[in-house]
Design a protein. Structure first.
Length: 191
C-alpha cells in the first residue's frame, strides 16, 4: 500500500461531479487500499477519490470508535466502509449542527447542519450492492464524503459565513467554554 498526496483547495477537481466506477479490477482494489492507508496516515475519518485526484464515485470511511462510560475508546469498535457509486436516498427531518474539518481544507473547521439519520445505497469494493441506515456522527461522515463525490465541500454548507475557524481558534473557544462551565458548576464557588 502507498500513501497518496491529498489534493487541497483551490484544486478544481474538488469541485467537479465524479464519474461512476464501472470496473472492479485489481487496479481499483489497489486504489482502495492506498486510499485507506492515506486516510489513516492523515488521521482522517473519510477520504473521497477526488481528494487524491481521482474523479471517481468512490470513498472510504472509518467510523469513530465506541466510547465507554469513562470516556475511553473501546478497541476494535471502528468500522471501515468502502462505498462505490453511493446515493443517499432518504434523510431524516431531524438535523443536527456539528463541527467538521476536511483533509482538503487543512487547518480549518466549520459548523455544518446535516441530517441526523440517512439511508445510503451503493456498491461495496467488490461491486456487491449494499443498503444501510446511518445515524449521528457516522451519518455526518457519510454525508460529507458523498458531498465530495458531487463537487461539494463542507464550506459550502456552513451555518453562517462567520462559522468557520482555524483549528487554534476553535480549540481556544472550546477551552474557554469548558472553563466557563466548570466555574458555573464548581462547588467552591457560591451560587
Amino acid at each position: 500500500m502507498s500513501v497518496l498526496p491529498i489534493v487541497t483547495i483551490p484544486d478544481r477537481g474538488l469541485r467537479e461531479k465524479n464519474r461512476p466506477v464501472s470496473k472492479f479490477d485489481a487496479d481499483l482494489q489497489k486504489l482502495i487500499d492506498d486510499m485507506i492507508e492515506t486516510m489513516r496516515e492523515a488521521d482522517g475519518v473519510g477520504l473521497a477519490a477526488p481528494q487524491i485526484g481521482q474523479p471517481l464515485q468512490l470513498a472510504v470511511i472509518w467510523t469513530a470508535p465506541d466510547i465507554d462510560d469513562d470516556g475511553n475508546e473501546l478497541e476494535d469498535t471502528r468500522e471501515l466502509y468502502v462505498i462505490v457509486n453511493p446515493e443517499i436516498y432518504w434523510r431524516s427531518r431531524e438535523t443536527i449542527k456539528g463541527i467538521e474539518g476536511c483533509l482538503s481544507i487543512p487547518g480549518y473547521v466549520g459548523e455544518v447542519e446535516r441530517a441526523e439519520s440517512i439511508r445510503v445505497r451503493g456498491l461495496d469494493r467488490h461491486g456487491r450492492k449494499f443498503q444501510q441506515r446511518f445515524d449521528d456522527w457516522t451519518a455526518r461522515i457519510f454525508q460529507h464524503e458523498i458531498d465530495h463525490l458531487n463537487g461539494v465541500l463542507y464550506i459550502d454548507k456552513l451555518t453562517g459565513p462567520e462559522r468557520i475557524w482555524t483549528g487554534e481558534e476553535f480549540e481556544q473557544m472550546r477551552d474557554e467554554l469548558a472553563a466557563e462551565l466548570d466555574e458555573e458548576h464548581d462547588p467552591a464557588i457560591g451560587d
